[in-house]
Design a protein around this ligand. Structure first.
Ligand code: MG
Ligand code: MG
Length: 635
């Protein structure tokens, strides 16, 4: 991706990636980091030790790739209460200095000690570090000292800074790592008071909130900025306010990233740093902002909602999807001028059925997002390293730009209000009106839910959030019948665009797979879900049957009015309530392998998705599919 790389490297502030973030060998990792557009890397020692390349060859390779080596890491357990141990540690350091000279990097990370020989005496640690810094300085090298959150005695940045200040050597500075600082709940505001020239290095990592051993938390669950729960823009703001001028470097240990495609993970990583710079700039004083040289992205234009959802269908699924749409009150209003694509509409909800996508079954192929400025949306997406999709279009067809999301969904930026000039002008009206029967009353698309490939869940959440300028809404874990499912939703401020992402918490096996693989759904909003369900059932919609046990439990938990409970039980409508309002919803059966439709009614300020009900839905889908498989019904 040469264009991407050039764009990233014109930024004022430099970016770096620790090789430990990525899967593969050192050779794989360097190639991936360079292709994504990083300016430099931290060489993680075990990656180097396992590499067949000499330090000189690694240096040459990085030079060829146009990347610097900004740090060699980690050097553990240096300070010691025993002169013999200390002497051995100094000897070990001298060997690493040899490696660093050959690598062409001048900075070594020294972690606070976890050794039984660790000192609990800051003056002595400072003295030992001072001596080591002297040896490093003789060779033109420098050291940065990092407090591990689980360091035996030194485990806060305040204490590591006291030691560095006491040691008082120009070749000794501090490394601040957002994980070690934020995981302990330390207030990072004090970093702003540290002289910028003593901040030798910055390592950034996000993480989800967890209550667990901090070492395990760090080794398995770190995330790229924007993917977890830490306030990293505030953190980075303090570091930049202090006057730090080194690279923004990512150090993320994550079980999934360690086994996923390094080229993709590196792009995801760089995207996280671009989005973080934007978020941080908003929180800095104008002075600090100008000094830091943060990259600016095109602002996210205001979004107007889901312009359309495009479903890919094939010969086996088209009939079932058409029948379901019709029974839900949709009319086939348009036929694409040059492609096998139909437009179905009801209210402001629009569904495209694309029979030419070449995908098996039925699935969500594309999201049309309404934006006030499609050009600006596309520019922003490009700046955030999204692949822009090539379009084949006929004469007089609307020029729609689309980018590819990590799960393969195309995201189109469109202005529905543009009328004939917009995408709707590509469709010849059929003249068809609403189907007969009582109206179902669907008004618009409420949300779209996409199961994510196991390797790309966090990447996808950051993609949708940053590219579309959405906010993370909530995360949850549901104990589903076939394994834990993790959900995350993002939406715009007004709730016009809502996207739900889900993933199995553990990678699925291959033999016992009773659940729907990678389910997707489109949820339509209506003002009266009970009336909608009644009308849809009367029209023959393939609605999902919900077991009586659910309604007995619902009565026990939330005690909806008895008449409402009876209607919901009769029609298969589910229910949820929270402090802000109520939620009624119902589902179709699975259509074409993995897709289903949902109709929802939001009452008051309810902003959730009825996720509590999803295990019931999953079990019902399993029952329906088992019945279909035994030949009762073809979906
Ligand atoms: Mg670190
Ligand atoms: Mg839903």
């Amino acid at each position: 991706m040469p264009a991407t790389r050039a764009a990233a490297r014109t930024a004022g502030i430099r970016t770096a990636l620790a090789t430990v973030c990525l899967s593969g060998t050192l050779e794989d990792k360097l190639a991936a980091a360079a292709a994504a557009g990083f300016d430099g890397v931290e060489v993680f020692e075990p990656d180097f030790v396992a590499s067949p390349w000499s330090a000189g060859e690694v240096r040459a390779r990085c030079a060829d790739l146009g990347m610097s080596i900004d740090l060699y890491q980690p050097f553990r357990d240096f300070d010691a209460d025993d002169p013999e141990v200390l002497a051995a540690n100094v000897r070990r350091a001298d060997h690493k200095f040899d490696v660093m000279e050959k690598l062409g990097t001048d900075l070594l990370l020294i972690c606070s000690s976890v050794s039984p020989h660790a000192l609990d005496d800051d003056d002595r640690i400072a003295e030992q570090l001072h001596q080591l810094a002297g040896r490093a300085a003789e060779r033109g090298l420098r050291l940065c000292y990092e407090a591990l959150a689980w360091g035996r005695f030194v485990n806060t940045y305040e204490r590591s800074w006291d030691i560095v200040r006491t040691a008082d050597h120009p070749a000794l500075g501090l490394c601040v790592d957002s994980f070690h600082i934020l995981s302990r709940g330390s207030d990072p505001a004090g970093i702003a008071e540290i002289p910028g020239e003593k901040l030798f290095f910055l390592q950034l990592a996000d993480a989800p909130h967890m209550t667990m051993d901090v070492l395990q938390w760090s080794r398995h669950y770190r995330l790229f900025p924007g993917q977890g729960a830490f306030d990293l823009s505030a953190f980075l703001g303090h570091v930049l306010t202090a006057g730090y001028t080194g690279p923004l470097s990512l150090e993320v240990f994550n079980d999934v990233f360690r086994q996923s495609d390094p080229a993709r993970a590196a792009v995801d990583a760089l995207r996280s740093l671009l989005a973080l710079q934007e978020e941080t700039a908003d929180r800095l004083s104008p002075d600090a902002r100008a000094r830091a040289g943060l990259l600016e992205l095109p602002h996210p234009p205001r979004l107007g909602g889901h312009a359309f959802v495009e479903l890919a269908v094939d010969g086996g699924s088209t009939g079932a999807v058409e029948r379901a749409l019709e029974a839900l009150g949709f009319a086939r209003t348009g036929q694409h001028r040059s492609k096998p694509v139909q437009l179905w509409e009801q209210g402001d909800s629009r569904v495209l059925l694309n029979a030419g996508a070449g995908r098996a079954g039925a699935s969500i192929a594309a999201l049309g997002i309404e934006t006030e400025d499609a050009v600006a949306s596309t520019r922003r997406a490009q700046a955030l390293l999204s692949p822009v999709l090539p379009r084949t279009r006929g004469q007089a067809e609307a020029d729609l730009s689309a980018v590819a999301a990590p799960d393969g969904t195309s995201v189109f930026f469109c202005a529905t209000g543009a009328g004939e000039r917009g995408w709707r002008g590509d469709f010849t009206p059929t003249g068809a009106g609403a189907p007969d029967g009582p109206p179902v009353g669907i008004t618009h698309v409420d949300h779209v839910a996409l199961a994510q490939p196991f390797d790309h869940f966090d990447e996808a959440a950051l993609f949708y959030r940053s590219v579309l300028g959405l906010r993370p809404q909530h995360s949850s874990e549901v104990a589903a019948p076939f394994g834990l499912v993790r959900n995350r939703t993002v939406s715009d401020q007004a709730g016009a665009v809502r996207i739900g992402l889900s993933v199995s918490v553990l990678r699925r096996g291959t033999e016992w797979q009773p659940g729907v693989t990678d389910p997707q759904h489109v949820a339509f909003a209506c003002p009266d879900a009970v009336a909608a369900a009644r009308a849809a059932r009367a029209a023959g919609a393939p609605l999902l049957d919900i077991p009586d046990n659910y309604y007995d439990d619902l009565d026990a938990r939330l005690a909806p009015p008895p008449s409402l409970l009876a209607e919901m039980r009769e029609l298969g409508v589910l229910y949820d309530r929270d402090a802000d309002g109520e939620f009624l919803h119902f589902y179709t059966e699975i259509l074409g392998g993995r897709l289903f439709l949902e109709v929802v009614q939001r009452i008051g300020g309810y902003a959730g998705y009825g996720e509590l009900n999803s295990p019931v839905r999953m079990a019902a889908h399993r029952r329906q599919r088992a019945a279909s498989a035994s030949g009762r019904r073809d979906t």
